[in-house]
Design a protein around this ligand. Structure first.
Ligand SMILES: Cc1ncc(COP(=O)(O)O)c(C=O)c1O
Length: 401
């Protein structure tokens, strides 16, 4: 693993030609495949006038090119059937998905987005006596539910390399649910599979390990779905909202087994629309979408991160379609300044107030980002180079070398 942060301090102190040369050599630090293949063949979605909006939206980690071509064809074809329930098509998708994943059909629950499983899991596996354990910063969906329920929440800072500190996360004897987001939203950093295997062996006996792999397809990491067969306390979540470009269609799923999955299923199952089912079915049948979109995303991402590094801005080492950048002052001010230039970036997390999440859009989106960011930097909205920010536990010797 490399460090989550990259070489801001050296670059900030020497932004001349030598610094740019170092910025170039920093590229191997970036996650995933560095080769930039051409854009996927599917055309960018062109909304009708009724649905159009102004600006560049790189704020919610969506895949900017939408559903793949075969999914769009399926969507057009299904319109005439949407007056019927067509449970048969949802069942067909459920079974095909299980076969695609190499698990039994009863090990899968479909949801209208994996966010729905994140809404349910704390209700099922936590209580006033059984806590939720999360990383910080990470995706906050479970935590928000737990807070509404009055469940105790343990927040554990990410390690310096951006991985979840699973040793610390598994050390709470009252844990009911341990949430692991891998790759992590918002940092894009990876928690190695070995750490998850070890967590399964060392967690409190009856705690559930919930591994949210919403962004796994963008990375080179192997899913832990194969571990479900031998670990009844493991539940893995996936979504079609990210790499598959179906955020608005709402489709995700949980994979688990035994009592844990039965308890989750008792809260409801397979409540997805037939439109989502046929588009997702076409997506999993597409043999090229994952490799093609992963390569496109990592090429665009690595280019923009290298560009930011060259301007002295530290970024997390992302393996997915978002990263965080350290803007050296309250991130919300910078996000507002970017929005005034028509570029909508993500937000900051309370524990990292000076870092802003940026989603990776199309190459054109990221050119618009660069133009707006340069303008904001020139307006003096960004702070001048400072010493390592206190929350930046990530400035290791290697990063500063
Ligand atoms: C880590 C993570 N998990 C789950 C979700 C929810 O995805 P869905 O749209 O499938 O509900 C998101 C959405 O941003 C996410 O970032």
């Amino acid at each position: 693993m490399t460090d989550v942060g990259s070489r801001r301090h050296f670059l900030r102190s020497s932004l001349g030609a030598s610094a740019l040369a170092v910025a170039g050599t920093a590229l191997p630090l970036l996650g995933g495949c560095a080769s930039a293949k051409p854009a996927p063949s599917a055309p960018a979605p062109v909304p009708g006038a009724r649905f159009a909006r102004e600006g560049t939206f790189i704020n919610y980690n969506e895949y900017p090119l939408g559903p793949c071509e075969s999914a769009r064809e399926a969507l057009v074809e299904i319109i005439g059937q949407t007056g019927f329930y067509r449970f048969d098509l949802i069942q067909r998708f459920h079974d095909s998905l299980a076969a695609h994943l190499g698990v039994d059909a009863e090990q899968v629950i479909l949801y209208p987005g994996s966010g729905w499983a994140l809404e349910l899991a704390p209700r099922v596996f936590t209580s006033a006596e059984r806590s939720l354990v999360v990383a910080d910063p990470s995706y906050e969906a479970c935590e928000q539910v737990a807070k509404r329920m009055g469940t105790p929440v343990h927040r554990v800072p990410l390690l310096a390399n951006g991985a979840h500190d699973l040793t610390a996360m598994c050390a709470f004897p009252d844990a009911g649910l341990i949430y692991v987001c891998n790759p992590n939203n918002p940092t894009g950093t990876i928690t190695p599979r070995e750490a998850i295997v070890s967590a399964l062996a060392n967690k409190p006996a009856d705690a559930i390990l919930l591994v949210d792999e919403a962004y796994i397809h963008f990375s080179e990491e192997q899913s832990v779905i194969d571990l479900v067969a031998s670990h009844p306390d493991l539940i893995v979540l996936h979504t079609f909202a990210k790499l598959y470009g179906m955020a608005g269609l709402r489709c995700g799923f949980a994979v688990g087994q035994g009592d844990a999955l039965a308890r989750l299923r008792a809260m409801g199952s397979d409540a997805i629309s037939v439109t989502a089912a046929v588009a997702a079915q076409a997506s999993i049948e597409d043999q090229t979408i994952v490799a093609e979109r992963r390569a496109y995303n990592s090429g665009v991402r690595n280019d923009v991160i290298r560009w930011l590094q060259a301007r002295g801005v530290e970024c997390t080492v992302s393996h997915t379609n978002c990263f965080m950048m350290d803007v050296g002052r309250p991130g919300k001010d910078v996000a507002a300044a970017m929005a005034s230039h028509g570029v909508h970036v993500g937000r900051s997390w309370p524990s990292w107030p000076n870092w802003v999440r940026v989603s990776v859009g199309t190459r054109e989106d990221m050119e618009a980002f660069k133009t707006a960011f340069a303008a904001v930097q020139e307006q003096g909205v960004l702070a001048a180079a400072t010493a390592c920010a206190p929350e930046l536990r990530l400035c290791t010797a290697a990063a500063l070398a």
